[in-house]
Design a protein around this ligand. Structure first.
Ligand code: GLU
Length: 428
């Protein structure tokens, strides 16, 4: 679909790789595989609703700044809209629309009864005080008050947000409707109905999918060399769990740069160092500094881009030496780069499968909340693992059956389920 009409206010530079156009290309490939009706493709190509609000924010120094906040609701065919809220300088309506669409396919692929949505504000949260972030989040929630709700649209953490922001959203929403509504968000603190295991969930899912793919190649995680780009919630949890499973995490990075240690980094030790060092990994004595670009090119078995979109592109794909690329971030590998990796026999584990652990435990949090029964962490992890492994198996089966890539197989399964439900529900 030509995205120009939807984003008429944005004028990206010519070199810009549009995430929404990429998402639509994947959708079109899946539609072709499924021989989808063109009308159904047209419906699925557009978000059902795209909301942009102006958020006036009083800064601590008394100045007022007005920020744009987006929430895009792609599809609610399978259940309430579901997806994170991102605070990052690169947020645009285009990006949020692409990510909302990915959430639809992700939930459908994992067999959980949600649609897809995403939200975001283009800020660098590190440049704002806690008080400013709280005012911003509460006002954003207020602007979206009629569009979110436990059976309408359920936000969750994403890049730059965490349980803290979810608690503010829950409180603001609850004050507006007059009673506590914990189910309006997932990924919230345990004190207000969050789930054990939610914080590590996306990283855990990344480890599980990698473990399954290795096992299909006759290998285990033991001794496998893993390089991880990004050390936020997802990258750091994955690093921890990879090390716990016996893998060697030879490199990690943040936006400020990375670290490399041939014999493997000690992740708990590195985390302790970062806590003392103002959250920065720079200067860590037991490793060599490397750049993000160098990290992507390291000789390793498993490469895990867990940061932003478009990190592996036509420009650097030939330098990637890993045998398996695991998309822990959303869309970190461009379409062309993905095709190039696959043609070289590199296994690419697609985002909508590899990073689905977070939304799966969001679903389990929602289920626990609805039943007023809370599970121990072992049960949460077990239920999550079951859904992740099952989705992985379905993807492998489809890929083998149709002789297609894991990505196309995952999209075909996700898109196919939504299209089937759309057909059964009918149009009016
Ligand atoms: N932000 C995460 C994602 O992109 C989690 C979304 C959720 O839990 O709703 O999958």
């Amino acid at each position: 679909m030509n995205s120009t009409s939807l984003f008429s206010l944005e004028t990206p530079s010519p070199a810009y790789i549009c995430p929404f156009d990429q998402a639509c290309s994947y959708l079109e490939a899946a539609a072709k595989e499924l021989r989808l009706d063109l009308g159904i493709l047209e419906i699925l190509s557009r978000p059902r609703k795209a909301i942009t609000v102006s958020i006036p924010l009083k800064l601590d120094n008394g100045d007022v700044r007005v920020l744009a906040g987006h929430r895009v609701q792609h599809s609610d065919v399978l259940g309430p809209y579901k997806g994170g809220i991102r605070y990052h300088p690169a947020v645009t309506l285009r990006e949020v629309s692409a990510l909302a669409m990915l959430m639809t396919w992700k939930c459908a692929l994992l067999g959980i009864p949600f649609g897809g949505a995403k939200g975001g504000i283009a800020i660098d949260p590190k440049k704002y005080s806690v008080g400013e972030l709280e005012r911003l989040t509460r006002r954003f929630t207020n602007e979206l008050i009629k569009d979110i709700g436990p059976s309408v649209d359920i936000p969750a953490p994403d890049m730059g947000t965490s349980a803290r922001e979810m608690a503010w959203i829950m409180d603001t929403y609850s004050k507006n409707v007059g009673h506590a509504v914990p189910g309006v968000v997932t990924g919230k603190p345990l004190s207000i109905g969050g789930s054990l295991g939610r914080e590590m969930a996306t990283g855990r899912g990344v480890m599980i999918i990698t473990r399954e793919a290795l096992s299909d190649l006759g290998k285990s995680l033991k001794g496998v060399r893993v390089a991880i780009q990004g050390f936020g919630n997802v990258g750091s949890a994955a690093a921890h769990l990879f090390q716990e499973a016996g893998a060697k995490v030879i490199a990690v990075s943040t936006g400020a740069g990375g670290l490399y240690a041939e014999t493997g980094l000690d992740i708990p030790n590195l985390k302790a160092y970062m806590l003392e060092n103002g959250k920065s990994l720079l200067g860590y004595p037991q490793a060599k500094p490397i750049s993000n670009e160098e990290l992507l090119q390291l000789p390793c078995d498993v490469l895990v881009p867990a940061a932003l979109e478009n990190q592996i592109t036509e420009d650097n794909v030939n330098a990637v030496k890993a045998a398996i690329v695991v998309e822990a971030a959303n869309s970190p590998v461009t379409i062309q780069a993905s095709l190039s990796l696959e043609s070289r026999g590199v296994t690419v584990l697609p985002d909508i499968l590899a990073n689905a652990g977070g939304v799966v435990v969001s679903y389990l949090e929602w289920v626990q909340g609805l039943s007023y029964l809370f599970w121990d962490e072992e049960r949460v992890n077990r239920e999550m693992e079951k859904l992740m492994v099952q989705a992985y198996r379905h993807v492998v089966e489809k890929a083998q059956q149709r002789q297609i890539s894991f990505r196309l197989a995952a999209y075909t399964l996700g898109v196919g389920r939504v299209a089937e439900a759309l057909g059964d529900r009918g149009l009016y």
